[in-house]
Design a protein around this ligand. Structure first.
Ligand code: 13P
Length: 305
């Protein structure tokens, strides 16, 4: 029996896979599976299809929620713009995602850091935008194989969550700075990032608790993504506990923040991972592309409730 009130979250990152038809079929298969396997409804579920498939999945989920009361599946995007609106060619805003039925978003996935040069500053800006817009934001962190080999795992993760630890919820100080996205994008262009230096006041506590309820952290060691080499349950637990400690030290209500593990999660290794006290679910890539393998990962979590 788990000694925490954190509800397990099983999230699927579909990455750049599928076509509209196969995405709709996968969504339908998952919804049917959840409707038939009531015990799986004790978990939270999230699917993150490619942008162009979101509206189709959003409509499907909306119709299904009317037929299946309590359907615990959210729709998420794999990225979001740090800006609210305006002349940002190719970007997609949080409000546009909401129009498609999204209420969650992945932020700072290692593939975006690695292939699209997303910086810590930009990631912090996106995170803030997503949370301010009321989304569930899944911040991805994790070390590369080389960093792990040099014993730098904790240092790397510390750096990746540092900006988050300094981002405080909206306060009078911050409101005086004007629209956050514009401010943030100016920061990205080299202007001082004012928000990172904001010191919290007593009045921030409630707002921070609210932020915490919208924040999820996913520990995804880069060397484990798509390689079939998952972190061992003990290694994952150690890193998760480290992240929780850091959140705690920074004054976040760490015991209520979910920390997911990601990297080659399959039904057969999920059970041991979910046996760890600080592993609150999984962020799944490859195995989320088939309804059965994704639902079976959830089944492993149900066994460890
Ligand atoms: P795999 O499960 O395919 O290793 O991918 C993990 C991942 O990157 C999820 O975001």
């Amino acid at each position: 029996m788990r000694m925490t009130s954190r509800r397990r979250l099983i999230a699927g990152n579909w990455k750049m896979n599928g076509r509209l038809e196969s995405a709709a079929a996968l969504g339908a298969g998952l919804i049917e599976g959840l409707a038939n396997r009531q015990d799986l409804q004790a978990l939270d579920w999230l699917i993150c299809p490619p942008f162009v498939h979101l509206k189709t999945l959003g409509d499907l989920l909306e119709q299904s929620r009317q037929k299946i009361p309590g359907l615990a599946m959210k729709l998420g995007a794999q990225d979001v713009s740090a800006a609210e609106d305006g002349a940002y060619t190719g970007e997609i805003s949080a409000e546009m995602l909401r129009d498609c039925g999204c209420s969650a978003v992945l932020i700072g996935h290692s593939e975006r850091r690695q292939y699209f040069s997303e910086s810590e500053t930009l990631i912090a800006q996106k995170l803030k935008r997503a949370i301010d817009a009321g989304f569930l934001a899944v911040l991805c962190v994790g070390e590369s194989e080389q960093e792990r080999g040099k014993g730098l795992t904790r240092a790397v993760i510390d750096k990746q969550i540092e900006l988050l630890l300094n981002l405080w919820p909206v306060s009078s100080h911050q409101a005086a700075l004007g629209p956050c996205a514009t401010q943030d994008l100016q920061a990205q262009r080299g202007v001082h990032m004012a928000l990172a230096n904001h010191q919290p006041g007593v009045g921030d506590t409630n707002a921070r608790a609210e932020w915490a309820s919208r924040l999820v952290i996913a520990y995804e060691p880069v060397w484990a993504i798509g390689t079939g080499k998952s972190a061992s349950p003990d290694d994952a637990q150690q890193v998760h506990a480290f992240i929780r400690d850091r959140l705690d030290q920074a004054g976040w209500p760490s015991s209520s923040i979910r920390i997911l593990y990601g990297g080659s999660v399959k039904a057969d290794n999920a059970q041991a991972l979910f046996g760890m006290p600080d592993v609150d679910g999984a962020l799944v890539g490859g195995a989320s592309l088939q309804a059965t393998s994704f639902l079976d990962i959830g089944q492993a979590a149900v066994r460890h409730r």
